[in-house]
Design a protein around this ligand. Structure first.
Ligand code: SAM
Length: 264
């Protein structure tokens, strides 16, 4: 009897949690994490009797504690995240990576509101230049390749870079606009120490952006990809690069995040 009661309580708890997550909870901070947890609980783990593995994340993991011992970074807006942003923890990881690499130039694909751009600016030297590329909403219909339906809303934001516009650190940030598939990266050849790839999450774009960014990196530079575990286009493209292209064999997925990194 008490087992039945326990099961009923468990069932009611799950219904309440799922109901909240799929309704009012969609507006709460961290809703994306909650949805991902739900998604993974149904799709991310193999069921008894399944013969094919369902975990598509083949890239070997590294650990934040292998990368840095302490959290030495400074932040702004770290808890103000939601759809389209890096999570709190990911922002801290990226900020610490930037601090550790001490880059002269950072190149970001995908500005959005500029939350990560601002925190990369806060954690780099006074002479660092942060170039951030964004697709203007009025170029949405004329991109060279197709972007994902689900990311149109990030392109159609009110203001690109609103988190850093007017901030004292904005003097280090240069906004450039265009489609990453037609943007002229040659100007930046051999000059980028940290790149953050977080533009379109479509497979073709991830391949395009990875290739273009690779050509502008300085030796010893660091490429950071966001959303490896969140978008099929990203994990399919990165898995392919990792498996088939020797230049990308050193990619590592940072455990507990959707970030992948490569030292070039
Ligand atoms: C998920 S948001 C980036 C989030 C941001 N990096 C952050 O950490 O807060 C994706 C951004 O990529 C931009 N984008 C999408 N397709 C692009 C393309 N083909 N070229 C350049 N930017 C693109 C969108 O306009 C949007 O601002």
């Amino acid at each position: 009897m008490s087992k039945t009661l326990d099961n009923l309580r468990l069932y009611a708890g799950v219904v309440k949690r799922v109901g909240y997550t799929l309704t009012a909870g969609m507006l709460a901070p961290g809703s994306r994490d909650e949805l991902l947890k739900l998604y993974n609980s149904y799709n991310g783990h193999q069921q008894p009797g399944d013969s094919t593995p369902v975990d598509p994340f083949i890239i070997p993991k590294t650990d934040v504690f292998e990368l840095f011992g302490n959290d030495n970074a400074t932040y702004e807006g770290v808890y103000e995240c939601g759809f389209g942003h890096t999570t709190e923890f990911e922002l801290k990881v990226i900020s610490n990576l930037v601090k550790k690499w001490n880059p002269r130039r950072i190149f970001e694909i995908g500005t959005f509101q500029g939350r990560t751009t601002l925190n990369m600016a806060l954690n780099s030297g006074v002479d660092t230049e942060i170039v951030t590329l964004d697709l203007p909403a009025d170029e949405l219909a004329s991109t060279k390749m197709e972007i994902e339906e689900g990311e149109v809303r990030y392109v159609k934001k009110e203001v690109s870079g609103e988190r850093f516009i007017g901030h004292p650190a904005a003097s280090k940030i240069r906004q450039v606009f265009g489609d990453s598939a037609s943007f002229d990266f040659k100007t930046y050849a051999d000059s980028v120490d940290v790149a953050f790839i977080d533009g379109s999450h479509a497979y073709e774009y991830v391949l395009n952006d990875s290739e273009k960014v690779f050509t502008v990196m300085r030796k010893g530079g660091l490429i950071i990809w966001h959303d490896y575990t969140n978008w099929p286009g990203v994990w399919t493209a990165l898995n392919e690069l990792y498996e088939k292209d020797a230049r990308f064999r050193g990619i590592r997925h940072i455990g507990g995040t959707s970030i992948a990194i490569l030292t070039v």
